[in-house]
Write a protein that binds this ligand. Structure first.
Ligand code: KMH
Ligand code: ZN
Length: 274
């Protein structure tokens, strides 16, 4: 089977130091968490950034500063800025993460609106999605198609029909936010994407490693990290993102998948280093 790409979602926009004191806010903390994940075997850093007080931001300057600082200590890692940002941000605000120099090689593209718990809604209209896809294509950024349910795969396929996506496409199935975090749902998603596409799966909270194991066995790739889950095991907070990546590496070894380096990940994902 193809080598396993591990992505680390080191920060997120919603979790806080009250949830786990190791959640990074400052540039130094973000670098510390990125390096811990990279040293443990992550090829991709899925990146959100914060103000020093923890407020989520999509500021171009803050992304620029964090990306440069991460690349100083993890020179070959693939950095995947979020264009989802935090709930309630405008499209223009969200797109700032794609405006850094050099242009990112990879970025998320959220493929639909979904419930985010309580009264919270993460809004992505068709026009937002198609516009983000068009801008990413123009800027030469490979989109990771974030699908929180099966309907979002269909919206991504609509964007593809409009010529807005390059092939092979890469999907990330996010389980446990809107669709249930079950292997049945994961298998349905995997069976719904065009042949030749690559995919990653991640799941929220205690389901993170169940879904990681499923993805490893099924030939997909894995995302772990504080954005999705703060615990190493029941009742034990992870001390770093590196600990979560280490656990994914152990699972992969047990299940017979080797870990991809960042350059191997670029080949698997058909992305070119800028
Ligand atoms: N923070 C969520 C509202 C992404 O990074 O593209 C959106 C999110 C998805 O995390
Ligand atoms: Zn994210």
């Amino acid at each position: 089977m193809e080598k396993l790409i591990i992505a680390a979602a080191i920060c997120g926009a919603e979790v806080t130091k009250e949830n786990n004191p190791a959640v990074p806010y400052t540039v130094d903390e973000i670098v510390r968490e990125a390096k811990s994940a990279y040293d443990a075997g992550a090829a991709v850093i899925h990146l959100h950034v914060r103000e020093d007080d923890g407020t989520p931001t999509q500021s171009k300057d803050r992304f620029q500063e964090c990306v440069e600082a991460i690349l100083k200590v993890c020179p070959d890692v693939i950095i995947q800025p979020s264009t989802g940002g935090a709930l309630g941000m405008s499209d223009l605000e969200r797109l700032q993460s794609t405006e850094i120099v050099p242009t990112p090689e990879f970025a998320t593209l959220d493929c639909g609106t979904c419930n985010f718990g309580g009264d919270e809604i993460f809004v992505n209209t068709d026009n937002t999605i198609f516009n983000f896809a068009k801008i990413m294509k123009e800027r030469g950024i490979k989109p990771e198609l974030e699908c929180f349910d099966k309907g979002m795969i269909d919206i991504a396929l609509k964007a593809d029909k409009k010529g807005l996506l390059e092939h092979p496409m890469h999907f990330d199935f996010v389980l446990g936010v809107q669709m249930a975090a079950t292997l049945r749902d994961l298998a349905f998603c995997v069976g719904s994407i065009p042949p030749g596409s690559t995919w990653t799966a991640c799941a929220i909270g205690r389901f993170e490693f169940d879904i990681a194991a499923g993805a490893i066995i099924m030939g997909g790739h894995v995302r772990v990290g504080f954005e999705d889950n703060l615990y190493l095991e029941k009742g034990v907070l992870a001390k770093s993102n590196g600990e979560l990546v280490e656990k994914a590496v152990k699972l992969a070894k047990l299940l017979g998948r080797e870990i991809a380096t960042p350059d191997e990940a670029r080949k698997i994902l058909s992305i070119a280093k800028k």
